[in-house]
Design a protein around this ligand. Structure first.
Ligand SMILES: *[C@@H]1O[C@H](CO)[C@@H](O)[C@H](O)[C@H]1NC(C)=O
Ligand SMILES: *[C@@H]1O[C@H](CO)[C@@H](O)[C@H](O)[C@H]1NC(C)=O
Ligand SMILES: *[C@@H]1O[C@H](CO)[C@@H](O)[C@H](O)[C@H]1NC(C)=O
Ligand SMILES: *[C@@H]1O[C@H](CO)[C@@H](O)[C@H](O)[C@H]1NC(C)=O
Length: 432
């Protein structure tokens, strides 16, 4: 009957040491706020990093390889570490380079450390920078509200330089790469807390949200987003970064668009451009948060714009002179508003079959440039566009998009406005 005191105390010791070894509790999901910068149209987030903790404002880069921050200026932290060459951390980053720094030691400048290539994907500028680790704090979530803060003691990132910040939103100190890589933030978050390698993004014109790990995804007033369509995520075998090593795959998210329709009619385009060329990595369709509007290779852009203009004319929508950077603008005169934006011809991106369709309504196709003028929010990417279609931020807003890295699947909701909510409706009131 009596329990053995020895077993009891061993058990107690075991539990005690187990729990004290945990840096923090284990969340099921994490979240980051994602806010649109009105002047650059970039999306930014905060990474709470370092000791003492600093809320580092960084540009949210969906396809970016990893987090990088400026280590040259104001990087002060007692928990900063730079892993030795050939260490496990270095191999996780894919780095084969080993560097020496001929200046006094400081964050970003150590000897015998490996390096990677911080990439400003907005301007297409990259440099070499030290691989580093530091503590990061991030809010957990139950999918409805933010919860307790979870800590990752050794989050891997790259040290960028001050000059690399040129072209990024004011106040930002780097970029948060959400791309498909071992050290992309979604993979590191999943590895730190053993949750699914999955994340979801809900951008908006103000403050939206990104979820990492398990759902649900709930927006005020208590609307759970669960009816999603699914398509495959494709891997481009050739890196699309500004600089990269030979043989590196792209960390960006490519999808297989097979047809583009306007008002239910296929736009006549050269379908070869929609495929990724396996040797050069040219072509295909990707999703990007650093392009404010969808960018199309010139021949696609022209065909798409004329088809839209014709469909708009059939609805008696009057074309007016174009406003840069757009190709087609219209008077709002004959256009009424609906819950999903201006009533204009709808655009459909068709994936693997006719039933998997991303429908784009007025709220995601028309940009208001004045009270009287709206423009088709797509831009010309030139004749030598590396990627034929880049689905940009404006088209993503108020859509929930989930990236499942384990099963290579993209799931999307189409506009949440149709469900009477939007991405600004996440309840950021913490429950702790
Ligand atoms: C690295 O080593 C070189 C030469 O051995 C030395 O001049 C330099 O100061 C060292 N740099 C750091 C950051 O320790
Ligand atoms: C379609 O695009 C491919 C790739 O750019 C090109 O090689 C081919 O000549 C194009 N076909 C036509 C009919 O323009
Ligand atoms: C467009 O305008 C013409 C002439 O005013 C009218 O006959 C036609 O019904 C209108 N079409 C639509 C779709 O409103
Ligand atoms: C947001 O969440 C908090 C905490 O659960 C709750 O008290 C509050 O009522 C919620 N706000 C709305 C508008 O429902």
């Amino acid at each position: 009957m009596a329990s053995s005191p020895t077993i009891f105390s061993v058990l107690f010791l075991f539990i005690f040491s187990f729990s004290s070894a945990q840096p923090s509790f284990r969340p099921r999901a994490l979240l980051l706020p994602v806010t649109k910068d009105k002047s650059t149209l970039q999306y930014t987030t905060f990474i709470n990093q370092r000791t003492p903790l600093v809320a580092a404002s960084v540009v949210f880069d969906l396809g970016g390889r990893n987090l990088w921050v400026d280590c040259d200026k104001d990087y002060v932290s007692t928990t900063y570490r730079s892993p030795r060459c050939n260490s496990a951390v270095c191999s996780r980053t894919g780095s084969t380079a080993c560097g020496t720094c001929f200046s006094p030691p400081r964050p970003g400048c150590s000897n015998n450390t490996c390096s990677l290539i911080p990439d400003n994907t907005v301007t297409g500028t990259a440099t070499s920078g030290e691989v580093a680790t530091d503590i990061v704090s991030i809010q957990s979530t139950d999918g409805r509200n933010p919860g307790r803060v979870a800590k990752i003691p050794n989050l891997i990132f790259g040290c960028g330089a001050t000059f690399l910040l040129k072209g990024l939103a004011a106040g930002t100190v780097g970029m948060a790469g959400m791309g498909r890589h071992n050290i992309g933030l979604p993979s590191q978050f999943a590895a730190a807390f053993s949750f699914k390698r999955k994340f979801a993004v809900c951008l908006t014109s103000g403050r939206g949200v990104a979820f990492f790990g398990n759902g649900p995804y709930v927006f005020l007033p208590g609307i759970q987003i669960s009816r999603l369509q699914t398509t495959q995520l494709l891997i481009n075998p050739v890196s699309t970064a500004s600089a990269y090593s030979q043989g590196e795959k792209s960390t960006e998210y490519f999808v297989g668009v097979t047809d583009i329709r306007i008002a239910d009619k296929s736009v006549p385009i050269n379908k070869t451009l929609l495929k990724i060329d396996g040797t050069t990595g040219v072509g295909g369709t990707k999703i990007s948060t650093v392009d404010p509007y969808t960018v199309m290779e010139t021949s696609i852009f022209k065909a798409f714009t004329s088809a839209f203009v014709r469909a708009a004319a059939a609805r008696n929508i009057t074309r007016v002179p174009s406003v840069k950077p757009f190709g087609a603008c219209f008077s709002t005169e004959n256009v009424f508003g609906t819950r999903v934006g201006y009533a204009v011809p709808d655009i459909q991106l068709v994936f693997q079959s006719n039933d998997v369709v991303w429908r784009i309504f007025g709220a995601n196709s028309m940009v208001s440039v004045s009270r009287e003028v709206i423009c088709l929010g797509f831009v010309d990417g030139g004749v030598n566009a590396r990627t034929s279609v880049v689905i940009g931020g404006f088209q993503l807003e108020d859509n929930l998009i989930e990236f499942d890295l384990a099963s290579n699947r993209l799931s999307f909701s189409s506009t949440l406005l149709g469900l009477r909510t939007n991405c600004a409706n996440f309840n950021f009131t913490s429950t702790t």
